[in-house]
Design a protein around this ligand. Structure first.
Ligand code: XMP
Length: 318
């Protein structure tokens, strides 16, 4: 019978035997898979696991700082690399969804490769690949491994991709990954996080991306996500987020007319991201969230709720 405790014990033993005194590099995304993979490797080889957490500037509000602190608190040997400016520069004036994804993937690989080169004599690349990633070409969970995969065939291989690969979660499903994490005492909030796409807020800002639009969307998203948590709804939803529309609409504030941004809120139920239904969030919750967003976030005067299911709509808007 499969149990998370036995899995941890066996995997740590076999990682020790396989990796010995070798150095291993791993890209942390803030998501469940890469975090659990890191904890297993940390148990096996300690400081010889070099974790890299890249801030692409497209994460949720305060996420880079908060998650980096959390990783450090777990004892991980982790380096936070703030490459926000580099990503923003690569995205400048780009509105095409696929070109935005490609630009982010390219810059991520450059940044990760630069960092991997700083680790003397590194032998292995660890990835948080799980079983569904192995059988499907596109990861629904995002993160560095998904980014890397989708850019496999672009240009020559960067040096870090010539390293030997170690994937301790390759045989597990998502719920098993969560149970393994829990059995190692990992934080419930970290293990219960919603999936978040590798390109982050870049594909939730329709059209071109500016620092100001990222700031607005981070604020809106924080009101929505914190509201879901406060209302006890976060764990009932598979994935939620906000989308900044390339639309201004007329509003009224005091006796002034405004002409400001519109945001869409999206919350879906799903098991694997392949199909999804919009969530029937309580009207009272939507009412409060809409008021909070419009009152707190400067530059937004209208909120709509996305009631489309997948298919034919997708979860993300780009
Ligand atoms: P869609 O929008 O295709 O999304 O219904 C299904 C799931 O995949 C995530 N997603 C991505 N993850 N890179 C990723 O790492 C991407 O480019 C990407 N696009 C979508 C999405 O958040 C949802 O969980």
């Amino acid at each position: 019978d499969w149990t998370p405790n036995a899995f941890v014990e066996e995997t740590v033993d076999s990682l020790k035997a396989q990796l010995k005194q070798d150095k291993v590099v791993l890209g942390l995304s803030g998501g469940v898979d890469s975090s659990v993979a890191a904890m297993l490797l940390h148990k096996a080889i300690g400081k010889n696991l070099y974790c890299i957490f890249v801030n692409n500037g497209l994460l949720r509000k305060n996420e880079f700082e908060d998650v980096l602190d959390q990783y450090k608190g777990m004892g991980l040997n982790v380096k936070g690399v703030d490459a926000s400016a580099r990503f923003l520069e690569a995205l400048k004036d780009e509105s095409d969804p696929e070109k935005k994804r490609k630009a982010i993937g390219r810059v991520f690989i450059e940044v990760f490769d630069d960092e991997a080169h700083l680790i003397e004599d590194v032998k292995w690349l660890a990835q948080g690949t799980i079983y569904p990633d192995v059988i499907e070409s596109v990861s629904a969970t995002g993160g560095p491994s998904a980014t890397i995969k989708s850019h496999h065939n672009v240009g020559g291989l960067p040096d870090f991709m010539k390293l030997k690969i170690v994937e301790p979660l390759k045989a597990l499903f998502k719920d098993e990954v969560r149970r393994v994490g829990a059995s190692m005492g990992m934080d419930k909030n970290l293990l219960g996080r919603h999936p978040f796409p590798g390109p982050g807020l870049a594909i939730r800002i329709l059209g071109d991306i500016t620092a100001e639009k990222v700031r607005i969307l981070q604020e809106v998203d924080a009101v929505f996500i914190n509201g879901l948590k406060e209302a006890g709804l976060y764990d009932k939803v598979w994935q939620a987020g906000a989308i900044l529309l390339p639309v201004n609409s007329v509003g009224v504030m005091g006796d002034e007319r405004t002409y400001e941004k519109c945001v869409a809120l999206r919350a879906v139920e799903s098991t694997d991201g392949m199909t999804a239904d919009w969530v029937n969030l309580p009207y009272e919750f939507l009412q409060k969230t809409s008021n909070d967003i419009i009152n707190k976030v400067k530059g937004v005067n209208r909120v709509v709720y996305d009631i489309s299911s997948k298919p034919p709509a997708t979860i993300e808007w780009e």
